[in-house]
Design a protein around this ligand. Structure first.
Ligand SMILES: *[C@@H]1O[C@H](CO)[C@@H](O)[C@H](O)[C@H]1NC(C)=O
Ligand SMILES: *[C@@H]1O[C@H](CO)[C@@H](O)[C@H](O)[C@H]1NC(C)=O
Ligand SMILES: *[C@@H]1O[C@H](CO)[C@@H](O)[C@H](O)[C@H]1NC(C)=O
Ligand SMILES: *[C@@H]1O[C@H](CO)[C@@H](O)[C@H](O)[C@H]1NC(C)=O
Ligand SMILES: *[C@@H]1O[C@H](CO)[C@@H](O)[C@H](O)[C@H]1NC(C)=O
Ligand SMILES: *[C@@H]1O[C@H](CO)[C@@H](O)[C@H](O)[C@H]1NC(C)=O
Length: 498
């Protein structure tokens, strides 16, 4: 009897949160739920009915306590007692316990019940563990935690997990399911924290380079080196994919590095899981959040929308690294994130999803860490590089009568703030030759002299400017041959140096 729950030891579950910067992956390990003892952290009070029916109630039916039933044919599997939910008239009738306030938010709990049924003419029925919760706004939710076929011949163990994200104002757990008239017998119900694997040697990876891509040959500079086909499909390289980084990667990396425009095309896919793959076991570091980014596209021949997914196979557990639904033949961004907290012995990344026979195209797949500390450091660098970069000053909307550059305060500001300048209008044709043959290079010369004297680099502006309002009237009135001559003169005539 004392090894009743030993099969539960080492059960692990993956709690997966999709979304870019969610805490992506945590691997939990269920604790051994041996017989109740001191320090038992069970959420359920009186879980094995040693204290009678205290803390339990019937949900729409009667509950009773038993040491045995059927003239000694039914005994508890462990302990001295079990309970029954009897006189059930609805399938939702059963035995319940209010656990309001005894469950923490965002913590994974494991639920285990030992149950059987009792009825005259039925040998098996579905029994379910259900969590009912009421939100502060009185909305209700029913969460099915576990269900299983249960017999009248033997005790059966039901097991499931839950994790709450909200703040329910009421929380009740109960057993339900069989048709009316069938009794539900319960030997025990245990709700315990699914313990996180102790973060014993939690290495803070000081060396992790933020943004350091761990995918080999992402840009396909070297054919399909580093890649292999998962399954019996064929990989080759094509060109014509986007040169820009997908937006989410751009947001994180902050750079405008361009992609190669090359992509992997996967043909001869005879199953939806087939696609390009890479082993990345040695490149992953624990406790770092990795961001996944790529462009993906599907070939012709799809009937209906196709899912494309970046999958991570971590010691044969499957982790979603991003997913997108495609319904056309355009390139789409795929992005996601994940995190691994337990040393895996094998990690493979692959892209998969479309129906068999549909070609899959993948471009610029990158996986890079987005560690917070490292990310902040990186952002600081970016600030130095981008926000503190050189700035081009435009002398805009200045009329010759208000020549700002002759004002001392303006010059002081200019010289202090900038080391590059571009003229806005002062070198335009309408400014330098407002009337035919009457040249004005005074403003441009003054600006140029000013900038030169302070070592400010200068760029001119359009030689011709097509906006009609900006074209001086004498030019506008020219006929075709006159315009040709004037344009030639503008291009070739030495200007103010005349
Ligand atoms: C559980 O039952 C015991 C005995 O009736 C009672 O003293 C205790 O207050 C109950 N606990 C809760 C949380 O209802
Ligand atoms: C419960 O059911 C039993 C037999 O099925 C019946 O004898 C008993 O009167 C019922 N009790 C109640 C409270 O309905
Ligand atoms: C079991 O018996 C009840 C009443 O005796 C009857 O209503 C029900 O249909 C029976 N169920 C089966 C599966 O025979
Ligand atoms: C970090 O980098 C240094 C120098 O590059 C190296 O000596 C050290 O082993 C690295 N540490 C880890 C944890 O990778
Ligand atoms: C792909 O499939 C086509 C048609 O079924 C076949 O002719 C071709 O040999 C296959 N190519 C590869 C590389 O398997
Ligand atoms: C164009 O204008 C010029 C000067 O006004 C004039 O001499 C010339 O004949 C005109 N040419 C044509 C083709 O109208």
């Amino acid at each position: 009897m004392e090894i009743l729950f030993s099969s539960l030891a080492l059960v692990s579950a993956v709690i997966l949160h999709l979304g870019l910067f969610a805490e992506s992956i945590s691997v939990y390990q269920a604790t051994d739920t041996g017989p109740v003892g001191a320090g038992d952290d069970n959420v359920i009070l009186n879980p094995r009915f040693e204290d009678g029916l205290n803390n339990w109630s019937g949900k729409g039916c009667k509950i009773e306590l038993h040491e045995s039933m059927e003239d000694g044919k039914i005994f508890p599997q462990s302990g001295k007692f079990f309970a029954s939910a009897t006189n059930r008239t609805e399938i939702w009738n059963g035995i319940e316990q209010d656990i309001t306030g005894r469950v923490q938010r965002k913590v994974a709990y494991q639920v285990t019940a030992v149950v059987r049924i009792h009825v005259d003419n039925v040998t098996s029925a579905g029994v379910q563990i259900t969590l009912w919760l009421q939100e502060p706004d009185f909305r209700e939710q029913y969460i099915a935690i576990a269900n299983s076929q249960v017999t009248d011949k033997d005790w059966v163990q039901l097991q499931g997990e839950f994790l709450l994200n909200g703040f329910p104002s009421r929380l009740v757990i109960y057993l339900e399911g069989p048709s009316p008239g069938t009794d539900i017998l319960v030997n025990s119900l245990v709700v315990k924290r699914a313990e996180k694997i102790p973060a014993s040697a939690r290495p803070i990876s000081k060396n992790a380079t933020f943004g350091g891509n761990i995918i080999e040959n992402s840009y396909l500079d070297d054919g399909t080196t580093g890649w292999f086909p998962l399954g019996n499909c064929a990989l080759s390289v094509g060109t014509g994919s986007p040169h820009v980084l997908p937006p989410m990667a751009r947001d994180s990396l902050g750079t405008y590095e361009s992609l190669s425009g090359r992509y992997i095309i996967v043909t001869n896919r005879s199953d939806s899981w087939m696609g390009p793959a890479q082993m990345i076991t040695d490149k992953l570091k624990l406790y770092l959040t990795y961001q996944v980014s790529a462009w993906v596209r599907i070939g012709p021949g799809a009937t209906g929308p196709q899912i494309v997914n970046v999958a991570l196979s971590v010691d044969s557990q499957w982790i979603n690294g991003g997913e997108v639904e495609l319904n056309d033949d355009k390139w789409h961004e795929i992005g996601g994130s994940f995190r691994i907290e337990k040393q895996p012995s094998n990690v493979m990344v692959y892209v998969q999803g479309p129906a068999s026979g549909v070609d899959l195209l993948v471009s610029g797949l990158q996986i890079f860490p987005v560690n917070r500390q490292v990310r902040f450091k990186y952002l600081k660098k970016q600030i130095d590089k981008i926000r503190k970069r050189d700035i081009i000053l435009k002398f805009s909307r200045l009329e010759s009568s208000k020549r700002a550059w002759t004002m001392k305060s303006f010059v002081k500001f200019l010289v202090k703030s900038f080391n590059w300048a571009v003229f806005e209008n002062e070198l335009k044709w309408s400014w330098t030759e407002p009337q035919e043959g009457k040249f004005n290079y005074r403003d441009a010369d003054e600006l140029l002299d000013l900038c030169k004297s302070y070592n400010i680099e200068v760029r001119g502006h359009c030689i011709f400017w097509e906006m009609e309002y900006a074209i001086q009237s004498w030019v506008r009135s020219l006929n075709a041959s006159g315009l040709m001559t004037a344009v030639q003169n503008r291009l070739t005539r030495p200007s103010h140096t005349l």
